[in-house]
Design a protein around this ligand. Sequence first.
Ligand code: ADP
Ligand code: MG
Length: 505
Amino acid sequence: MNMPGVCLVVSGPGLVNALAGMANANMNCWPLIVIGGSSDRNQETMGAFQEFPQVEACRLFSKFSVRLSSLEAIPAVIEKAVRTSIYGRPGACYIDIPGDFVNLTVKKSSVKYIDCCPAPPISMAEEMTISKAVSFILHSKKPLLIIGKGAAYSRAENSIRKLVDQCGLPFLPTPMGKGVVPDNHPYCVAAARSRALQYADVIVLLGARLNWILHFGLPPRFQPGVKVIQVDICAEELGNNVKPAAALLGDIKAVTDQLLDEFNKNLWKYPSDTDWWKDLRAKMHSNEATSKALSLEKQLPMNYYTVFQHVRDLLPKDCILISEGANTMDIGRTMLPNYLPRHRLDAGTFGTMGVGLGFAIAAAIVAKTCNPEQRVICIEGDSAFGFSGMEVETICRHNLPIIIIIINNNGIYNGLDSNTWKEMLKFGEPSTHAPPVALLPDARYEQIMSAFGGKGYIVQTPEELQAALKISLAEKLVPSLLNVMINPLSGRKKQDFHWLTRSNM
Ligand code: ADP
Ligand code: MG
């Protein structure tokens, strides 16, 4: 059973700092319990040390937010928080503990212990709607399966893999849906993402919201009138932005099994020689050829594609891949394959920067105890790294052999090279004349790692990149940081649509 993460914070500013992480978990539908200390009850409204309306503040970022009324209430409140965090759509919960509770005592006999809740009950979709959904798929000319992170969370990989193989359906993972079915599966059409979304006539949406990540499910990114078969555990999600042709309310694994049972009655497989497949394959080949050509460019400083191609060649298949930053995350997502479910973490639904190092620390601590051979690789834009770069100290203190790769373009989206920066001296202080997205050029981030005893590498060529990454992968005890200098003007290859386009308005 999936269990919540737990985070303990001090009162006032401690809790305020935790709100960003709590919002991030809640927006991503991940279970989390935050336990906060708070000012003493008998000093309330008096201006107590770190006094803050914490329960109210957490309400916007959680499913459940409560202050303990007594010590005796602790077991019941903890049980409710755990249950609320994992039942239905998972999310965050907040428990507030007043400071004066710390010195209170209670009679053992007056505390009623409560067992932990059982795993969430499994809900299934209505049979009638399952048959309706299957009949839409059977009659579809251009079907598409979209696999979201809800599918990863519900551990539905075996069932979904069966559905894909048995029905021959093209599929597209969302960023953290990657790996539920491996990216190198022959039916994965990620390399033709825009084309697949734009022309599909029936879409099976497995645990993904039609929010900005999926362009709201609306034209021009989708066909007007596309039939969406929406599978979600949250009833309120059904119909957001697009009215579903079939709404399948239930657990993804259970509903996928229901769909498989229904397909078994028909013994149907989508043919692999349709015009839809031909169109998708042609688009995939041309997109892959463009990325390949970019990756083979020999100029220095390197571009994103060259860097990612070399990283890709060396990544262990079972590594945990963490990524944040704008271009770094977007291009990295297309260039770096995932083969296993729940092996990719990134800025997510909330687009939060600064989460990468925390994710890496959590993943590395799990790996250290459960699977010491597994590597955690954290690929960061230089700006994204800046949000929580000092966590390098935490990484070194715990001896976590995380590999941080900073794709350093001297800025946010784009930066300036050091010569341009110096030329600005003519006009005065460069920082006041440079575009606000430019960061200090050629920053030596690798020295932050060496300052704490880890290994830092400055990387300027493909050879240096390969050499440093090979050594870091072989190193099982010491953390590494590769500061990879790229062309500050490097960007994404030409796109058919601007990423956030909703319509042609
Ligand atoms: P992505 O970022 O991959 O597009 P989202 O976070 O937008 O994914 O959507 C995930 C969806 O999965 C949410 O709407 C959530 O309610 C749903 N979900 C989470 N767990 C389950 C589950 N076990 N069964 C069905 N749906 C689930
Ligand atoms: Mg950058």
